[in-house]
Design a protein around this ligand. Structure first.
Ligand code: ZN
Length: 389
């Protein structure tokens, strides 16, 4: 065996022992493998141990890869010239996740007292691209599982309050999803509430500030399209209780319908999510409905349903695209029926075209659906208000 191969084998044995100690709550065993040559590291290691030993994990594995690099000068001075950083892929799964989640991390090793020990977690190769980070890597977490919802909350986030909101939202979603959808959903929700807006973006792997105005996101977690999770911007806590709940309901519809994997057009996914969440709060129109109707009065009804592009983060009329999408679903549910809305969505979700979905669920062509929807918008704009349901 080459010296490199021998060292990789030792690193893997050390990492396996660290993971095992965390999973079996053997704190002393974990701490024996930690170096204090960087005096700030034992605290950091304690945080990782606390998170990994208390999260409701059903899987935790770390696979150390051969990729490694030498440290920056200041770190070499602190840790010694024999220290190096090595890439590992973490695979983890929370109770309620519908798949494993993978993340890449960098671990720093050194030989300390004749033993290979973990010496740090802050060394990263230069020019590393922005990638999603596991929430347990970013700071101290608390976690809870209750009635079909798993919540992990960052430091300072009131776990109980988030869990209560989520449980109430889940009840509403179960009650208000239209019949006719064909769901493969387990009924379980996994939700992460990072400690800060910055951590929210780190979990998503997005650049600082780019998701500032976004209340919550549903996507496949990690670097390899893992479990479908809801990630909430902690700033959403400033919303009123009912607005916050509507945000969570909207996201839960995305989980229930696996919309990150769906071939349905984005307006259909967003419109359905808005329709379910507004239905649960009677009389509550989608946020920018008044703006849409004002524009209809000034410029006439839009010629088509909103394009996928109009839902990109940073688009100027993003909120109006949501309201237009909601108005399509509202039109179908009111003019036809909820079950036909469900069937219409199921057709799109099966990969059928808009024309095929319209014919099959509503008995009209795509062109006719758009004509009728436009006439509906004009009527609403004249009436000036969207009447409470
Ligand atoms: Zn959405």
């Amino acid at each position: 065996m080459t010296p490199q191969g021998l060292r990789l084998g030792q690193v893997r044995a050390t990492v396996d022992a660290l993971v095992k100690s965390a999973r079996t709550r053997d704190r002393a065993g974990f701490e024996r493998l930690i170096s204090d040559r960087d005096p700030s590291f034992p605290n950091r290691a304690r945080l990782l141990y606390d998170n990994l030993s208390t999260l409701p994990l059903t899987r935790l594995q770390m696979h150390v890869e051969p990729t490694q690099f030498g440290l920056a000068t200041a770190r070499t001075q602190l840790l010694g010239s024999g220290a190096w950083a090595q890439r590992a892929v973490v695979t983890w799964r929370l109770a309620g996740d519908d798949a494993d989640v993978e993340h890449q991390i960098w671990l720093t090793f050194l030989s300390d007292g004749g033993e290979l020990r973990l010496g740090g977690t802050v060394d990263e190769p230069p020019n590393r691209s922005v990638e999603p980070k596991p929430s347990w890597w970013l700071g101290r977490l608390t976690a809870g599982e209750h009635e079909g919802v798993t919540v992990i909350a960052g430091s300072g986030q009131p776990l109980e309050r988030w869990a209560n909101h989520a449980a109430a939202a889940l009840d509403n979603v179960r009650d208000n999803l239209p019949d006719g959808l064909r769901l493969s959903w387990s009924g379980h929700i996994v939700m992460e509430v990072p400690a800060t807006p910055r951590d929210f973006e780190s979990v998503l792997g997005e650049r600082p500030g780019s998701y500032d105005s976004i209340a919550a996101v549903t996507r496949r977690a990690g670097t390899a399209d893992g479990a479908t999770r809801i990630v909430v911007n902690p700033k959403a806590a400033q919303l009123s209780s009912s607005a916050l709940q509507a945000v969570l309901e909207h996201e839960m519809v995305h989980v229930a319908t696996s919309s990150p994997d769906s071939p349905a057009p984005v307006w259909a996914e967003e419109g359905l999510a808005e329709w379910v969440s507004t239905k649960a709060h009677a009389g509550q129109p989608s946020e920018a409905t008044d703006d849409v109707l004002t524009r209809v009065r000034a410029q006439g009804a839009p010629r088509s349903f909103p394009s996928d592009q109009e839902f990109q983060i940073g688009e100027r009329d993003l909120r109006m695209a949501y309201a237009e999408a909601w108005l399509v679903c509202r039109y179908i549910a009111d003019r036809y029926s909820e079950i036909q809305l469900g069937r219409f969505y199921a057709e799109l979700d099966d990969g059928h075209s808009l024309d095929e979905a319209s014919q099959s669920a509503l008995n009209i062509s795509e062109a006719e659906l758009i004509i009728r929807w436009r006439a509906y918008l004009v009527r609403l704009a004249r009436a000036s208000v969207v009447a409470p349901r």
